[in-house]
Every structure is written in C-alpha cells, then in structure tokens.
Design a protein. Structure first.
Lengths: 379, 555, 418
C-alpha cells in the first residue's frame, strides 16, 4: 500500500493520467459542479505533470487547478491504474508553495491556522466549562474544529447520547488544540503539519480511546501521522464507529422517521467506515440512500481547503449534493462529520434539514441536551 | 486568426457574466484537445498545442447559446461545441480558433414522458450519470459506449455513437425522437414530431452525426426502454474467425437480437486470455474504501519526481533496460512495446502460436437482456443456433467476466503511450458478403507496420462492424506522426476498396476528414448543401467533416 | 411545349417514351435506364422546365403551384430490374420503378421478403415507397419502410447521380440517404435503392380477442409492445367496423376486437402471441374465434376482398394520445367505421372509413364536411394528420433545395410553397 509514496510510482501516475481517456471524470464532484474541463482529475494531473517536467512555469495562474480538489477519492473508484490524484495534487501544492507560487488566499495560512485553532480551543473551554475537559483518561472526545466552531450543539448532543448509553460523561480533550491538522496538509504545508501533528499526538496518547467527530481528523491521525513518523498508539475511532459498538443499546422509536445518510468522503472512501453509521442510524430511523452513496457518495465540498480557495464552488457542491432531496420536496439528512454537517447546513435548500449523526440520534430517541451558551464576546 | 480576443471575451461576458467565460491559458490548453491519439504524440513530446480556442464559455440555457452563436456570427468567429472531449478523432480541435462552448452546465434530465417512454435531456449530461438516473427510475437508454464514463449525451448525438449493447438497442440514431439545435444562424429549432406523419426529410437524421458543423445540439428527446428484467451472458468458442462470422450471421438473420455479440480474432483472444487473471475484485473493493497508507517516515505526502535532466534521450539499450525494470504492472501494454518494432513478425507468429499451440480458437461473447419471458426464449434460440453453427459453449463465466471488465480497454491506452508507443482503434463496417475481405485487407494493410488485433461486434442482419486495435512504435514525435498517418491511410483505403464504410461509430473529426470524399463521393453535394443551409457563414466547427473552409483557410 | 425539348428528350429515351399530355404544358417521359434518366433531368433543367415524379405511389394532385411552367412528368416504371440480390447479406439492389409487389414476387421463391409491411402499400414503386412518407408505410416488426433502405441512388437537379454507400450503420456525418427519404423527389429523383430483406418466417401465428373497450384494447397493445412483443400485424377493430367485417364476433357497442399475427422462429412467435394474450387478459379481454383473425389476414394479403371499401381518413398518434384521438374522432363521425393499426412504440394509426348512417360511402360536400370535422377532432386530441409537417424547419428545407436546385427543377410544387 505504500507504493503510492515512491517517486517512480508518482511519475507513473502522472503519465497514466496524462494519456488516459478521462475515465474517472464523471465522478469528480468539483468538475461536475463547475463543468470545467480543466478541473477534471485527468486535467489536474496533466497540469501537474507539465509543471513537474518544467514544460510550464510554477506560477499562481498555472498552478490554479491543483487547488480544485477536495481529496474525496471518488475518482479512484473508477481508476484501473490505482492512481491517487487527490494525494499527488497535495504534493503539487506543497511544491507550489516551495516555489513561491502558492494560492493567493492562503498567504500566511500556517499562522492563521494556529490562531484559529487556539481561539476555538479557548472558546470551547468557555462554552463548556473547564470541568468538561480532561487531559487523560480511558476515553476522550475530540469533536473537530468545525464542530467546535459552528456545531457546539452537536457536541452537547453527542455527550448526551454517550451518557444515555451509559458511557458518559466523556470529557473533551484538554490540549489547547481543536484540529488534528489535516488543513495544513491540504494547504501544502507538510512541515507545519508534522509539527502540529506532534502536539496532537502528545495529547491523544494520554487516553486509551479517543472518539473523533471529524472524518478528516480521523484519517489524518490513522493514516497520515505515521507517514510523518508520528505514532499515537491510542485507539482512535470516529463517533460513528464508537456509537456502532453500542448501537443495540439505543432505544428504538415506535415509528421510524425517514432519514437520508450522507457519507463523509474521509470515512467512506479513506477509512472504510460505511456500515457503522448506517447501523447506528438504522436503530433509530428508516435509513434512505442518496442516488450516489456509499463508495459513490458525493463530496460536500468542505475538504481540500476548497471553502478557502474556491468558496463559491464549495458551496455549489454542497447545494448539488442536496438537490436530489430538494427535487422531491425536502427531507432529513444525517451525516457523521462536523465539516459535512457545516457545509450541508449552510447550503441546505428549503425543506431540507441537516443533522449531525449524534444530534439525529439524540432527537430521534428524545434524549435531551443543552447547547452550550455562546462565549461573552461572540456577536 | 480571429477577431480581437479581448473583444470576444467582453461580448461573452455580456451574455453569461464574468464567471462563465475564460481566456486563461490553462483552460484554452485543456480545451484544445480531445482523446485523439495523434494529439497525444505531441503532448508526450512536450509540444504545446498550436490550435487553441480564443475563449471558452459555459452557457446554462439554450437562450444563452443562441445569443453566443449570433454574436459569433456578427464578429466572424468560429464556434466549437465541446461535451466530454472524449472523441478520438479531434472533432473539437479549434482549427481556426474561436469560441469553445462547453455544454456541461446544461446537464439536466428534465423529465420522462411515461406514456411515450421518452426522456427530455440536456446535451451536457454525462453518459454514466444519465444512465444511472434512468436505472433509478426503472428505465435504460441502452447506450453503453466504453466511453460512458467520460462522454456526454450531446457528444453521442453529434457523432452517432454506439454502445456495447447496440445489437439490441441500436445506435443512438435509432433512439432519437427529436433534437433541439441552435443552428449556425443563431436560431433555435426543434426536430420533434411523430416521424410517421411528417412529409419531407427526417431532420433528426440529418442533424445526428453532424459533429457540430450544422449547429450545436442543446437537448434531445430520447426513446427509453424499460430496465431489463433479465440479463444472460455467455461465452462460446469457435475454431476460427470465418466460423465465428458465419455463426453470428445465422443468429442475426434468424431475426434474433442479442444485446452483445463480440467475436475476438485469434490474436485478440490470445492476448485477452492474459488480462483477466490480474483482476482481483476484492482488492479493487478495498482500494475504493481505503486510502493508501504511507510507511512510517515515508512522509504524509508522496514525493514528486524531480525535473528532467538535460540529456534525456535514452538509447535503445536504455529503453530496453527500462522496460525490463517495469515488471510489476503486468498490463498487456508492456508485452506490446517490447515487440512493437517487429510488427509483421508478431502478427504472424503470435497469431500462429495462438492458433496452433494454444489451440484456443476464437472467443465469442454473447449477451441478451430485456423483458424476462422474451429474453429467455430468445436466448435459448440464440445459444442453440450458435451451437448448431459449431460454437462450443463455455458457460456463463466468460460472459460475466467480460461484463465485469467491460470498460477495461480504455485504461490500456496509458501504459502503451507511457512506454513510448502508440495505440489506436479503427472501426469499420460492411455487409456479411464482404466482411471477411474487409477483415483480411485491413489487417494486412495495418499489419505492415503495427501489431493488429480485431474483434467483430455491433452486428446486424445485413452485416457487422470490425474493431481493429493496432499498436506501433517509432523513435520520435515526427516519425510517430508519419507512421500514424500512414497506418490510417493504408487501413481506410483498404476498407474503402472493399466497399466498407470508414467509420461505424467513432465519427470523422479531423482524423477521417481527408477520406470523406472517398466515402461519400458525389453525395458530398448533399452534405455541402446542408452545411450552407444551416450555417451560411461557416462558423460552426469549420473545417470538419471534410467540408471546405475557404473562408478560414485564406487567413 | 417547345419542340426542341421534346426532340431532345426523344433522342435520349426514344420517341415511344415521350408523350405530350393533353391540356397541360407537360410531357410524359419514361426513361429506360438510370443514365437516360439523368440525361432527362439535365435537359429538363437546362430548358427551364420542372420535373414532376409520377407513377405508382405519386399522386397527381401534388402538381400544384406550377402555373404555366413547362414540366416533365418523369416516370421510373421502365427502371424495373433487380440489379443484384445478395442473399448472404440479405440485401437487394433494385431499380426504383419496380413495385414492392413485383419485388416480393421475385423474392418469394427464394424464401425472402421485404418484410411484414401492409401488402396494400406495396402497389407503389420503390421510389414512391421511399420518396413519399405516409403513416401506413410501417410494420411493427421492421419499423418504417425507409428503415429498410440501406443505400439509395438518385439524380440531382444538375443531372449528377449520387449513390450513398451501403453499410449497416455509419458515423460519417449526417445520414445523407435520409435527405431523399420522404422528400418527394424535391432533393433528388430516386433511381435505385438497396433494401434490407427478411427471411420468410418459420412460423406465423394468428389470434383474435374481444375486449370490453377500445381503451382496454389500446392499453393491451402497448402492454405487449413494452414486453418487447414484435407482432407482424396488430389491429384493433371497433364495434362499428366489426359489425360489417366480423359480424359473427357479435360485438356489443363499445367493445373492441383485436386481431394479431406474430411471426418468426417458432418459439419466438409463440412467445409473442402469449405476450399479447396475457396483455389482453390483464385488460379484461377473452379469446375469440381464430377464424376472425384468419379472415383479417386473408383480406390483408389480398386473397379475399374487403367488403364495401369507402373514403378513408387517417391520423397517427403517440401512445399517450391514441385513446383520446380515437374517442374524439368517434364522437365527430358517429357513423364511421374505425380501426387502429400500424402499432409500434411510437404510437399507431387511426383509420376511419367515412360512411353515412346506412353504411353508404359519403361523397361530395357531405364527405368534405365530415373530413373537416374528423381532422379538427383528431388534431384537437393531439393526433397528426396525413401529410402534416412541422413547418418550423421549412426555411432550412427551402435553403437546402435552393442550394441543390437553384433553378427549382425538382418537383417544385411539393412540400413547401414557393
């Protein structure tokens, strides 16, 4: 599996894409949303191939296409070359940064990331109170930065569900950190990523089990940390996997509401987590599938730093994801990632209700929870 | 070459706004090519395309398209429609610059009239997405080209595409109830109407296949079939090509319509027998749900290859050593390139080996699908007819294996090009009486300089299509292009000599334009008249389909 | 008519085959070969006269709007040879003057046929069958007649002869042969065609059914067609027509008789017949006497005369409009005898024999008024009338004709005005 990480293999991947009749293109959510040929996986890789061969100079306008990807891996489902465009493009971003051709909106991103991370951690302490945090223990909860930013109600709901299942109270992890660092990699800053990952790993090692609310965090910790030589040792699971092991303890409502499940890409196609969230949701709801679901799930647009580099496209992707429900007059969606919840909620058409998995479970089992109060200085 | 590019951009922005127009080099470069293998020769040599569009625009409504065409007419600027850019003939290459209209933001499946089983669909919708949506609703359009993942409905209509199941469902031109077209005058016309009652030429049939030279198709009404209730796929073996062809003729002329018929000649059968062993469905499934994980310390990101060193021209020994090193991939492409410099020898030897030593004969894949009852009856009759014609039943497994890997061939292109060779396909068709002549003459013509294999598919009561795959190698771009052109000239002239058509379903584009006069002879007068009627100012994809482009050539 | 033109034409085809037509500035010319025909067109064009295709399949009424312009009524009847019969490919290259019926007689001893087209249409020459499109020229199994055309030869206005390449299917641009199909000689005069043939079916099975209503019968027909049934013939006869043609069926008002023929390999023909039977049963129908279907088939083949024919009215409709069209016409012409046939997945054709209350054919003003009522009713219900054309593309048709025929030689009075 580490074959993808050797230079000859990357060279082969770039050439395979250059000469390929674009077999994966129908499955790229970015280019399907924009309609732009230069944003299909084949064209993005071809562009990187030209840059690597110095057939084109590394400039912001020539490296633009490298940023038009969320790393969702839907293209790999249709690739018989075993290519990983999402990963290779990240390497392209890193190279672009090194050569001073980074994305204009990401100038000084490392600093901005750190500042946001610290702010979110501090705000969370204020909202939930110091007593909700612990720095060590059998089990800890890492909601992820987008949940701590815009989804604190979901955090409260998760904790209420943990309690209901007899697991709680599950403390939030006290480390002054909110994010596991994936956005730094998406920004093409592998050194910053390694440094940040080290800090996160230190905090996580003090727990036996860590429950993660963000799909990209889970992937980063499981797969990408070790590439940077950072081992965690702790049992790190997504909230979907965690709840699944206790799913049979969930009460079953008399009538099950119809709920569509949206697979977060970093669970379904990076971590193989497909069945667990459905098992959890299936206990409390009548689970329905989108037309493109499971291994074919379509990205909400929230990854790859797209909301920073191409915000209109990212939002359009989320809208497109929900258009199927809009066309049938509305519906309820549950998803198992804080970023997906944020993107889909923000772009939900009328009649479409979006919920985090824990919040959906809480609501459907009449488990009360109290969203924390806003910090004093929030508008 | 064309009117001031800045003026064009401003005019386009006046119609669609600034976000859906681009003059960025990255976009112009991407839209300069489709999947015509000849264009890949330049790409591989690092040569940038010379024929670029002036601008690319993404309209969202037919009204915007009409406004763009009218503006282009006023300004004297060509228009090139672009769907998936998956064509293999260079049909979207902007020979004289101009505005490339990308149809992919008009991609709605508008609705299905259940009483007529007709779907109204916009041209920019991807084939795979179209078919999946139909399946969800209990229908199929029945068109499964090996490019279904990368082509659009509009592209199918513009080229008269065929799918792997065309023997049952027909080519696309057999399933169109009507089209909406923006003509070269900027007018929007519909060709709908019940065919049976209409006097005058069938306009739908005159627009289908026009490859953007009469107008740009923006939407269509297509005939659907109910999703098949039953699918029966099987493999057979026949002693040789002639026996296989005869077996197919008998099936089709009995009035039976299997969905898939694929007869592989000896070399294709032989080579195919290597491919399937490498497919591990479990590994594929794992790869879809799990991202690759780096080894500790390898780095979270893969390393990019370093820029090329100044002297990069490997001699033959270096090349050979390089090929020996590439042992892992196991795709047939590597087997090809090692022997591509001696094609005649290969064609003869491997063909003989296949026939004599392997004693495999020719493989025949047959598939039927459709309404349960009738499909069962038709399948029983078809399989019995094949056996009566001397075919040996190999059971369901080869049929199912083919179905599981039905689009695999498209992925074979990359390794061949990567290794310095080129591969292309030539699909011609003729009546049964001349089919074997066609097979032997084209094979001989191509076999002088390339390794050739062929399969027969898309069968009809009166004839059949032959799909030749040929691979060759030449030392550099110029030599490769010369060899490429020579192969096509030899192959198509051989086809025309026996009375066959130069293209069954890939279309004309730039590749076959020089051969259109030989294909149509005096009937070109009708094509020229059509062109002048629909596009009096010759702005619609000028210089394609073998039509003269005097207005543009002079510049 | 100028003597010069008559003499020139006689020099080409022989004086026996040029004849002035009394009362018109017209000559009837019958060339004996495609080369002669091409010369005739060229001479006619050079003389500024017009070509009017005549013969089996072309109605004289189509000559309109020509005023005093000289014209040549050009007939292909002497072009009646089978040029080549390719039994391996089941293709027949035949000259355009041969009638469908004559060709069938040549093919029958070899076990071949043009297909299950309604025998009534085969009185036309091949040129007429291809050049003039009417709703009746289709078969459920084989589609429209022009789909049998694998290639066509025609003479253009400038006397050039074109031949479209014969191939099962192509992607070499628009299908140029289709410019000639249905265009009534305005694009080119068809001199020969290569047609797709069919083997005589191994089995032909007939069946008859009675259904509670025409609606149920129409529903049953499309139910069977959607199960991929491909009948050789299918007809729904309403009670008014059945009372005359099939009295022993004893249909009550509102009921419908369905007669069907299926053909092909024995098992497939039987399967198709069973599909129709199941569809009929699903719609509440019952099996009727086989003799009714046999009589229908004999009349269709022409081996038994059809009693009391009369003036007919035709309208075609898609599956979604057919029932409404039937009822609309039924209401508009209560005495008419109606049946529906020429089924395919695109719809079917409604045929009405226009008679008065005592069953006598309508004539004169009564006929004209009745036809007008029927047309209005059919159109309002979404059906299409014979010869109707979507005129939106007429400017393109005119431009196409002007490009190929700047002098307006080829059947100028047909299709579009002017």
């Amino acid at each position: 599996m580490s074959e993808r990480f050797t230079t000859p293999d990357v060279a082969r991947q770039l050439d395979d894409c250059t000469f390929c009749p674009k077999m994966c293109r129908h499955a790229c959510p970015v280019s399907t949303t924009t309609g732009k040929e230069s944003q299909i996986p084949q064209a993005k890789m071809d562009r990187l191939n030209k840059l690597v061969h110095e057939q084109e100079p590394w400039r912001p306008d020539t490296t633009e296409a490298l940023w038009a990807c969320t790393g969702c891996r839907q293209c790999t489902v249709y690739c018989a070359h075993d290519n990983e465009p999402g990963l290779v493009l990240l390497a392209g971003r890193a190279e672009a940064n090194k050569r001073g051709a980074g994305h204009p909106t990401l100038a000084g991103y490392g600093e901005r990331f750190r500042a946001r991370d610290q702010r979110l951690a501090a705000d969370a302490r204020e909202r939930f109170g110091a007593e909700a945090f612990a720095s060590t223990g059998a089990i800890g909860f890492w909601p992820g930065c987008d949940s701590l930013d815009k989804g604190t109600a979901d955090v409260a709901a998760a904790q209420a569900v943990f309690e209901r299942l007899g697991l709680g109270p599950v403390p939030l992890i006290d480390a002054g950190l909110a994010c596991a660092g994936y956005p730094l990699l998406a920004a093409g800053l592998p050194d910053e990523f390694r440094w940040h990952a080290g800090k996160v790993a230190t905090a996580l090692r003090r727990f036996q089990t860590v429950v993660i609310g963000c799909s990209a965090c889970r992937h980063a910790i499981h797969a990408l940390y070790q590439g940077e030589g950072i081992t965690v040792g702790t049992n790190v699971v997504s909230i979907a996997e965690f709840l699944a092991t206790h799913a049979d303890k969930l009460p079953t409502p008399a009538t099950k509401k119809r709920v569509y499940y949206h697979d977060p890409c970093y669970l379904a196609r990076s971590a193989g987590v497909l069945e667990e969230p459905r098992r959890v949701l299936g206990q409390v709801a009548d689970v329905r599938e989108f037309a493109w679901s499971g291994v074919d799930a379509e990205c909400c647009g929230g990854a790859g730093l797209l909301p920073k580099t191409m915000p209109a496209v990212a939002d359009a992707m989320a809208r497109r994801r929900l258009s199927e429900l809009a066309a049938q007059g509305g519906g309820t969606v549950a998803t198992a990632c804080g970023t997906c919840a944020l993107m889909l909620r923000r772009n939900a058409p009328d009649g479409v209700e979006v919920s985090d998995l824990a919040t959906a479970v809480a609501n459907l089992t009449d488990t009360p929870f109290t969203p924390p109060a806003a910090p004093a200085d929030e508008p | 070459m064309v009117a001031d590019a800045d003026r064009v951009r401003r005019e386009l922005e006046g119609i669609v706004g600034p976000r859906r127009v681009s003059v960025r080099p990255g976009d112009l470069d991407t839209y300069a090519r489709d999947m015509w293998p000849r264009l890949l020769l330049a790409r591989r040599a690092g040569v940038a395309p010379t024929m670029l569009p002036t601008a690319v625009v993404w309209p969202e409504t037919v009204r915007e398209v009409a406004a763009i065409v009218r503006m282009a007419r006023n300004l004297g600027v060509p228009i090139i429609p672009y769907g998936g850019g998956s064509g293999v003939c260079g049909g979207v290459v902007p020979r004289f610059g101009g505005i490339t209209i990308d149809t992919k933001r008009m991609a709605a499946l508008r609705g299905i009239r259940t009483s007529d089983q007709v779907v109204d669909v916009e041209a920019g919708l991807s084939g795979e997405r179209f078919e999946r949506e139909l399946t969800r609703r209990g229908y199929t359009f029945g068109n499964f080209p090996s490019s279904i993942y990368c082509s659009t409905v509009g592209g199918w209509l513009a080229t008269r595409a065929a799918g792997q199941l065309s023997t049952k469902y027909g080519k696309v031109e057999d399933r169109v109830a009507g089209l909406t077209l923006v003509t070269g005058t900027g007018e929007v016309v519909d060709t709908d109407g019940p065919r049976r009652a209409i006097g005058g030429p069938d306009w739908t049939q005159l627009v289908l296949g026009s490859e953007g030279t009469l107008g740009i198709i923006t939407s269509a009404r297509l005939r659907l079939s109910p999703a098949p209730q039953l699918k029966l796929f099987r493999g057979f073996e026949v002693p040789n090509v002639a026996a296989g062809v005869e077996a197919l003729r008998r099936v089709l002329q009995r009035g039976l319509k299997p969905a898939v018929v694929r007869l592989y000649d000896e070399l294709d059968t032989f080579v195919n027998s290597f491919g399937d062993h490498h497919y591990d469905p479990d590994a594929a499934a794992w790869g879809h749900t799990h991202a690759p994980v780096p080894l500790p310390g390898e780095g979270a990101l893969p390393p990019l290859p370093p820029p090329p060193r100044p002297t990069d021209d490997d001699g033959p020994l270096e090349r050979l050593l390089g090929m020996v090193r590439k042992t892992r991939r196991g795709l047939r492409g590597d087997a090809f390139t090692a022997v591509l410099d001696r094609p005649r020898l290969v064609n003869r030897v491997v063909g003989t080996v296949a026939e004599k030593i392997a004693r495999k004969g020719c493989k025949l894949i047959i598939g039927l699908e459709g309404a349960r009852l009738r499909t069962e009856v038709e399948a029983a009759l078809t399989f019995a007819e094949l056996e009566r014609a001397g075919a040996r039943d190999l059971g369901e497994e080869p049929g199912r294996a083919w179905l599981a890997r039905r689009y695999a061939v498209s992925y074979k292109m990359s390794p061949v090009f990567r290794d310095g060779a080129f591969v292309d396909t030539m699909e011609v068709a003729t009546s049964w009486a001349t089919l074997l002549d066609l097979y032997h003459s084209v094979r001989a013509a191509l076999g002088k300089h390339a390794v050739v294999m062929a399969h027969f598919s898309h069968a009809y009561p009166e004839g059949c299509s032959i799909y030749f795959t040929f691979a060759a190698h030449a030392p550099d771009q110029a030599a490769s292009e010369r060899l490429y052109d020579q192969l096509w000239k030899d192959g198509l002239e051989a086809a025309t000599r026996v009375g066959a058509t130069i293209s069954h379903h890939h279309g004309v584009g730039m590749l076959r334009a020089p051969y259109m006069a030989g294909e149509h002879r005096e009937a070109m007068a009708i094509l020229t008249a059509l062109k002048r009627s629909f596009d009096p100012d010759d702005i619609m994809n000028p210089g394609k389909l073998g039509l003269a482009a005097r207005r543009w050539e002079a510049r | 008519m100028t003597v010069a033109l008559e003499a020139a034409l006689a020099a080409v085809v022989g004086a026996d085959h040029v004849r002035p037509i009394p009362g018109q500035p017209a000559l009837a010319v019958t060339p004996g070969s495609p080369t002669e025909l091409a010369d005739v067109v060229r001479l006619t064009a050079d003389a500024g006269a017009a070509i009017v295709p005549v013969g089996a399949g072309f109605r004289a009424a189509r000559v309109r709007g020509l005023g005093e312009r000289r014209r040549v009524h050009l007939s292909s009847e002497r072009l009646d040879q089978v040029v080549q019969l390719d039994e391996t490919s089941m293709l027949c290259h035949a000259q355009a003057g041969l009638t469908g019926a004559a060709l069938e007689k040549i093919l029958a001893p070899r076990g071949l046929s043009l297909g299950d087209y309604p025998p009534g249409i085969l009185g036309s020459s091949l040129g007429g069958l291809i050049g003039v499109r009417t709703p009746g020229k289709s078969s459920a199994r084989h589609g429209f007649f022009e789909e049998a055309v694998a290639g066509v030869s025609a003479v253009l206005a400038d006397g050039r002869t074109i031949h479209t390449r014969v191939a099962p299917r192509r992607s070499t641009g628009p299908d140029l042969a289709r410019a000639l199909c249905g265009s009534e000689g305005t694009i080119g005069y068809i001199t020969a065609a290569v047609l797709r043939l069919h083997r005589r079916p191994e089995a032909r099975l007939l069946a008859a059914y009675v259904l509670p209503s025409v609606d149920a019968a129409i529903a049953a027909a499309f139910l069977a067609l959607r199960e991929e049934c491909a009948p050789a013939g299918l007809r729904i006869v309403d009670a008014t027509e059945a009372r005359l043609h099939f009295p022993e069926a004893g249909l009550a008002d509102g009921q419908a008789l369905v007669v069907a023929a299926t053909a092909g390999p024995t098992d497939l023909a039987a399967c198709d017949r069973d599909l129709i039977a199941s569809a009929v049963a699903a719609e509440g129908g019952a099996v009727a006497d086989l003799g009714l279907a046999e009589r229908w088939w004999r009349r269709r083949l022409g081996t038994e005369p059809t009693p009391e024919p009369g003036p007919t009215f035709q309208a075609s409709a898609g599956p979604g409009q057919l029932t409404a069209a039937y009822h609309a016409v039924r209401r508009a012409v209560p005495a008419a005898r109606l049946h529906v046939s020429r089924f395919d997945l695109d719809g079917a054709v409604l045929f009405a024999t226009l008679v008065d209350a005592s069953g006598d054919p309508l004539v004169g003003d009564a006929l004209t008024a009745t036809v007008a009522r029927a047309e209005a009713a059919a159109t309002a219900a979404g059906a299409w009338l014979l010869g109707a054309r979507p005129t939106a593309l007429d400017p393109y048709l005119k431009a196409l004709r002007a490009e190929l025929d700047p002098r307006g030689v080829m059947n100028p009075g047909a299709l579009t005005e002017g």
